[in-house]
Design a protein around this ligand. Sequence first.
Ligand code: BGC
Length: 737
Amino acid sequence: MKDHELQELLSRMTLEEKAGQLVQLDGACFGTRGITTGPQEALGITQETVDMAGSTLNVLGADTVRRIQENYLKRSRLGIPLLFMADIIYGYKTIFPIPLGLGCTWDPELIGRDYAFIGRESAADGAMVTFAPMLDLVRDARWGRCMESTGEDPLLNSRYGEAMVKGLQGDMVPGKNIASCIKHYAAYGAVEAGREYNTVDMSEMRLRQDYLPAYKAGVDAGCRMVMSSFNVLNGIPATANKHLMVDILRDEWGFDGTVITDFASIYELIMHGVAADEKEAALMAFRAQTDVDMQTGCYANNLADLVREGKIAEADLDRACMRVLKLKNELGLFEDPYYQADALKAQEIINDPAGKEAAVQTALEACVLLKNNGVLPLAKTGVRIALIGPYADTGDMLGLWAIHADRSHSVTLRQAFEQKLSPENFRCCTGCKTLDDPAELGDFGNIPVVTKNPDEETVRQWEKEAIEAAEWADVIVLAMGEHTLQTGEGGSRTDITLPAPQKELIRKLAAYHKPMVLVLFNGRPMALSDVEPYTDALLEAWFPGTYGALAVTDLLFGDANPSGRLSVSMPYTTGQVPVYYSHGRTGRPCAPGQRSRFTSRYLDAPNEPLYPFGYGLGYHKAVYGETKPDKTCMKSGETLTVSVSVRNDGDREGCETVQLYLHDCAAAVARPVKELKDFRRIVLKPGEEKTVQFTIDEEMLKYVHADCSYAAEAGTFEVMTGPDSERLSCAVFEYIQ
Ligand code: BGC
């Protein structure tokens, strides 16, 4: 449709029809099943509302989409098609590693290609918009939704955000690309005490310095939609927060796409105690230019009246409605309301080996080798290997948001090990329960995960098998981790260690003094200091996806060399949380190992995490040279080049992620001790040396001041390079204005 045709369409719509475009309802309203993540209160939704609703969520499948659209259009007075949106977070049918794992690849280009595949796979099956990527910065490992984030760093998250948005949207070709809705705007990752749906209170300086950059990167990359977050930010829920939604998002960043609420978050304005009833809630959210109401009756039942009462200008309703119409038009729905959804094509893509290859490659890059006393890589012959643990033989390595996954494609670790080992050298057993009481975890809709433990006799039998296998084996590989439902939405924990039955089994097996390799499947940076001493090697696999087991096995047996680097700090203990590398300075800093009382430190734990941001090992041996700036002074308008050499002294090819950090030594406000400014992945053959050059420009020296201005100041800067955020070599330069 041409612009004037859209205008003409708008001019024919009633107030109710305009409001209808701003309503999103789930599959149940359209006679199909979907996953719903919010409370199912009576919505006050009539059939008329359903007939006028502009969009639906988590209804997919080419044939279903076609059927629902066809029926919908039959009842639609003006023939405006329904928009199909869904949570396609890190894979549709083919599941990639969870975003926390994607974050550890330090390879945004690869992730962009993955998201292009994800877009293609889901668009063929009827998806038009996805609620992804989630661009919340996470520093509190208690929060279950750490799994949905690429990590703790603004720069890294921004690079991924940009790549994901561009990958999903491509050229916005119907049936091939999907529109991206970034979320959860804003600062949802900072919920107090890591408790889900909790409040957020932080300075505007901190908000702009750390939390906003990734959303801004998503907007700059052209995302068509933004989702408001559940949380209160500095007293006002995001959904009704004019400062966030209008001053920053619309006016400062120039976003003119659609803003949608998170699930029922307009209604939740009442629960937050800022609106007396649904009508007031609707008015507040609408005035903040929140366009679409997900899954409540607040807009459907009130917007038209609010216009009639003069509380909302009709022009504002028109603007919001037009944003939705424009998106539908851009997706070509007025020409093809089915978005070229095609069940056969969808099936072909799901079975396309390219998807499998991409998922394996990404899982290879996402796993992080945290420790290796030399036991890895494992030999394929002449060694008896026992694979033990709740993750030894399950396809459920997909993480919580794999709600549309084709689980029939999932490969288990046992199957992957069997491809490498002859049967006489391999045993596999479950060993123990994942946790004591999975029933306590609640329910997350239709994802098929184990929520019941077997009877005690079976559990005793499992342990007996594990002990026999340990006695028999030369090496024990433990496949352990968190239950899927211990992470993700509603998955906050106060104890972020390995669940008790698994720790107990590790202690029992340690008595056999066999080398132990622990492979971890989990959705947050866990506190590992209580199990790490029992292990000879630790591989962090996160939830690695449909084909993740193949990647993990290739890494364990040395068919691939680990290259993942942590995009989050791994705490030493839960009590340290939040622990992150770019923390502020203190007047009484404590050097590692120092024990003086009057310094900023814990009495019972180090300040540092167990494994720092940026850290990861490989099977090669990288040796980093000194940080060498090309001059000692950088004048305003100039750039400075920093070089660092890296040599591979090992006997196999390896990939290094060379990292660049900066620190402003004396600024107008207390600055973080260091901040990541750039990074480069390089591949080194045995004996090879490469010099990596980074360019420092003035933009990198700028920071958010107390009055929220963004500028650089003359003075001394430390520039650091190295393999992670702790092992850094430092040089200084003066910046002169
Ligand atoms: C989640 C969102 C999700 C939405 C729709 C909410 O509960 O917070 O991330 O996109 O549900 O399913």
